[in-house]
Write a protein that binds this ligand. Sequence first.
Ligand SMILES: *[C@@H]1O[C@H](CO)[C@@H](O)[C@H](O)[C@H]1NC(C)=O
Ligand SMILES: *[C@@H]1O[C@H](CO)[C@@H](O)[C@H](O)[C@H]1NC(C)=O
Ligand SMILES: *[C@@H]1O[C@H](CO)[C@@H](O)[C@H](O)[C@H]1NC(C)=O
Length: 383
Amino acid sequence: MQPRVSSLEEGKDATIKPQGRVLPLNLIKFLLLFMALGLVFSVISMYTTRYLGTQNTLPSVHSGYLPCFKESNNFQRWIRPPSNLMHSMTDEELFWRASFVPQLKKYPFKRVPKVAFMFLTKGPLPLSPLWDKFLEGHEGLYSIYIHSLPSYHADSPPTSVFYRRQIPSKVSEWGKMSMCDAERRLLANALLDISNEWFVLVSESCIPLFNFSIIYKYLFRSRYSFVGAFDDPGPHGRGRYNPNMVPEVNVTNWRKGAQWFEVNRKIAVSIVEDTKYYPKFNDFCRPACYVDEHYFPTMLTIEAPQLIANRTITWVDWSRGGPHPGTFGKADITEAFINRILEDNTCLYNNQPTSICFLFARKFAPSALEPLLEIAPKVLGYG
Ligand SMILES: *[C@@H]1O[C@H](CO)[C@@H](O)[C@H](O)[C@H]1NC(C)=O
Ligand SMILES: *[C@@H]1O[C@H](CO)[C@@H](O)[C@H](O)[C@H]1NC(C)=O
Ligand SMILES: *[C@@H]1O[C@H](CO)[C@@H](O)[C@H](O)[C@H]1NC(C)=O
């Protein structure tokens, strides 16, 4: 650009200068010669360009690769979700790819936002028939991702919504960084589908407490992402903080919360792209600091406090005491029991009090499936 601009300006000066002046004859002769040479050069260059230009277009005109070329440049390739969830990307490659965010906020196509249900499991999904009922009729509004132990071979039938929804997985252990790695892997894979807008982390023992439309609206109308985060001054809260985490993490920012979250796309990206807090938690939050209870709540309290509700919407029963929450089996499941979960709650939703505080509940044993399927149409609103 620069040379062309300056030569144009020089030319402009040259035409302005001679006006009103008598030029010496030698200079006129020199200018004429210069113009003649310029003409010859421009004619030569015109022909050269035309000849070379023709040559350049020849291969593509006769190329058999034209349809292929067209296909790979199609707009669809940017908005179509991956057809096969299995891939050979490393976590580093996957997280990099998943962190892409468009800068133009208006989508140039009709984007129907979806909920990504991300199952963090050991293997089988014993409650999948209940989820099938919950999702029935809402195709196009959700997607499924499953992270299980790599040794587990899924056997969902092709008719199931869980068929071939496994993502490349690694061994993950409760309370260790490998658990957060698995959660980030689920988020990253789900982010590859540009239509996923909410990201719901569930386990094989979770159930939905309402029908799909209610859950979809509750999430999409929420101003905040649901991440449990509270400041526990005791030994199981601040007691697990390690002062080596400064300056990135101060004890005043230290938070605790259950790992089961429901986050929007913006928060999902900030979890996947984090390189600032990860090393600190990886080095200084090891058992008896259970990193999956502290990493995301603390990081988001520092990075995005105005975007999280600080509460979970996954119900769990701690009333029995001990380090593990209550698990419910066949004998526990009655209408009255489910109604007890749904009632007697108050919490804030978009800063207003509401009685709907939980959309999901855990933990349910495989034996709970049969009675749950039976009472679901009446008390859960699906099936
Ligand atoms: C979901 O439940 C609500 C309230 O019970 C009801 O009004 C709505 O029709 C239900 N939606 C579907 C798709 O069943
Ligand atoms: C932690 O405290 C230090 C000094 O008080 C401050 O410079 C730093 O910004 C704080 N970090 C966070 C994440 O609040
Ligand atoms: C969540 O907690 C943070 C401080 O930790 C606060 O700034 C934020 O307003 C809280 N979110 C809501 C919705 O109250």
